[in-house]
Design a protein around this ligand. Structure first.
Ligand code: PRP
Ligand code: URA
Length: 206
């Protein structure tokens, strides 16, 4: 199921991202802030465990998410600020890395490196800011699924209706939390209006 955030603050931050004057530091910072909003939304019904902690008045049984049951998987490069942001909220979660590059002629994604921890029975948070054709996400999901997680949630900043339809049709059971669904793809498979190339904007490359 696709969950598009509607909070006015979310829309304001998306507008900041579209602004080409936003430099790389502020761009990554805004991606990170939006990621936190996505995490809060995605975890609204997450189960809580009891954990005993030593408080100022002694031992106390408190509620907590089982952070160690979570694997945050990022798609390099543009997903890096999202990974850092999730790990700030869930410092005991595990991190996994997928390196993919879209071939700008065929528009197809190519996976050239993966480093995933044990995903069996875990909740996976797959983070990538852009869902354009959906090709990168489909490849990532196929690999992650083969590692037998119990649940997969994706966190994305901007998506095209075309790309999201492709992902939803292939993996209807997955929850997609996204800050903004845009209008369409252009002939070069960039999202319109989108924000350009998220990796380039994050790291000052063209
Ligand atoms: C971007 C983005 C996604 C992919 C989306 O990465 O981070 O991974 O494009 O496009 P798709 O839905 O058509 O597959 P890109 O290949 O530009 O790499 P980068 O992060 O290194 O810039
Ligand atoms: N990757 C991006 O970073 N932006 C797009 O619009 C499409 C793919």
């Amino acid at each position: 199921m696709i969950h598009e955030l509607t909070n006015p603050l979310t829309k304001t931050l998306v507008t900041h991202l579209r602004d080409q004057r936003r430099d790389a530091v502020r761009f990554r910072h805004t991606i990170a802030e939006l990621t936190k909003q996505l995490v809060y939304e995605a975890f609204h019904d997450f189960p809580l465990l009891d954990r005993t902690v030593i408080t100022w008045t002694g031992e106390l049984s408190c509620k907590t998410i089982d952070e160690e049951s979570i694997v945050v998987v990022t798609v390099l490069r543009a997903g890096m600020p999202m990974l850092d942001s999730v790990m700030e909220l869930l410092p005991d979660a595990h991190a996994g890395f997928l390196a993919m590059k879209r071939d700008e002629t065929t528009h197809e994604s190519v996976l050239y490196y993966d480093r995933l921890p044990d995903c069996k029975g875990k909740t996976i948070l797959l983070v990538d800011p852009m869902v354009a054709t959906g090709g990168s996400m489909i490849d990532a999901l196929e690999l992650i699924k083969s590692r037998k997680p119990s649940r997969i949630i994706t966190l994305n900043i901007i998506g095209s209706p075309e790309g999201l339809d492709v992902v939803k049709s292939a993996y209807p059971e997955i929850d997609i939390y996204i800050a903004q669904i845009d209008e369409k793809l252009n002939e070069d498979k960039y999202i319109i209006p989108g924000l350009g190339d998220a990796g380039d904007r994050s790291y000052n490359t063209v």
